[in-house]
Design a protein around this ligand. Sequence first.
Ligand code: NAI
Ligand code: MG
Length: 495
Amino acid sequence: MEILKNYINGEWKESVTGRTRSIICPSDGTELAKTTESNEVDAKEAIAAAKAAFYGVGTWRRMAAVERASYLLKVASLMEECADELAKTDTLDNGKPLREAEGDVSDAIECFRYYAGLIDKPSGGVYDVNQGFGEMHSFTMHEPVGVCAQITPWNYPLLMAVWKLAPALAAGNCVVFKPSENAPLSTIKLFEIFEKAGIPAGTANLVLGNGPEVGAILAESEDVDMITFTGSTKTGQSIAHAAAGNLKKVGLELGGKSPLVVFADCDLEAAVEWAMIGIFFNAGQVCAATSRLIIEESIKDAFVKRLAERANALTIGPGMENPDMGAIITEGQMEKILAYIESGKREGATLVCGGERYTEGNCANGYFVRPTIFDNCTKDMTIVKEEIFGPVLSVLTFRTEEEAVALANDTEYGLAGGVITNDGARALRVMKELRAGITWINCSQPTFCQAPWGGYKKSGVGRELGVHGLEEYQETKQVNINLNPAAQVGWYEER
Ligand code: NAI
Ligand code: MG
């Protein structure tokens, strides 16, 4: 079997370790591929390549924005040509249903086109400043930050890579990228596309490996100017600590325990549909999953009954068969979810459906968990407080709007939140009270590359996507031009 390699300074190469990693299909436990397994030496080589490309050669950052954009557009077109292959790759590597992977690929292509279009638009400002130092013209311009390290998780392998790479490259940065060791295959294909598109050597470097051996080096390196990360809050905190050494710029997209607040006046069928999407899409392995259903007491029983009927009817299976719900990424993650389910039972929540591994038909060797709903949850239960990252919904009830808001905000996280009601004023009132970066009214989950994405509280630092997402990858430089240099002569004598 071919060993998939790192891409450093425009060359595909194996790690100095000589070690490899098996890449596993979570739908059946089989080996899909082997990758090289890197360490600190490879990480440092990739950082040095990005540093030389940015500060030395400088080809990419000195290019006119429209020219950089033309490379990104080329990347988007090449992705379109192999869209089927990219989607199948993520489906096999991550376990998600093919139609979800196809959605990710088209979103990823759109994201490259969006940043290609954005980068040559007006940016910076002109400031009418005071005349204390004579007549001045003051303006700002945006410049790339420099060497950006980027680390992604496994839940949206291709899309998370593109959310980071498209704006960073558009802005003129040079990048060292580490995908999750659990699902790196679509990112490797993306780098093959970068090579085909002719992106200059050293501009985008790929290092395959695990968190402690590669990720941590990227976070602490003094030669890295910025680190962006998506993943768990715990790892995000360790990255923030490591980044303090040279005070590199940090962008963190972390966990969540997002609420979906449902009022009794809702359209029940529609609300059930959004509640399902909110927790069963990508088998609940979504940072913004609305994993806490906070519902008005009077409709709770009817709602949960309908929700359980729908959940029990979902098809589960290998992603390539396009089921309603696919596999969990690894055996370990599946065990973690099952342990949370046990804690829910132990702590007194009522298991309404699911609650176990699914092994029927051809799922025996895969890592599947049935869609699970817990009723009668209380706010101090582990399943209500912690991010499970699986298809497990906790149901809590409220009687008043104030109570609903208090429950919704009773979390250390603040990534997202939804409100479902037919009362427009109430929808806006509740949305404004949510301490979360992404909010939905009468839906849950829709995400767009044009709009900023990120969390309050322990859900992260900074924003991805949209104009904000580009500015994160830029420094702002102030420029002051003296329009009348001679006028200041004699400034010391005037005192
Ligand atoms: P993780 O946050 O540890 O891993 C994500 C990425 O960080 C991977 O590329 C990994 O190699 C890298 N990494 C790990 N340790 C690192 C370190 N010390 N320095 C730098 N990079 C490091 O998440 P993991 O272990 O895959 O999953 C654990 C839990 O995290 C999940 O059960 C879930 O609750 C949560 N999670 C949340 C995500 C989100 O988007 N909110 C995404 C993935 C996981
Ligand atoms: Mg895999």
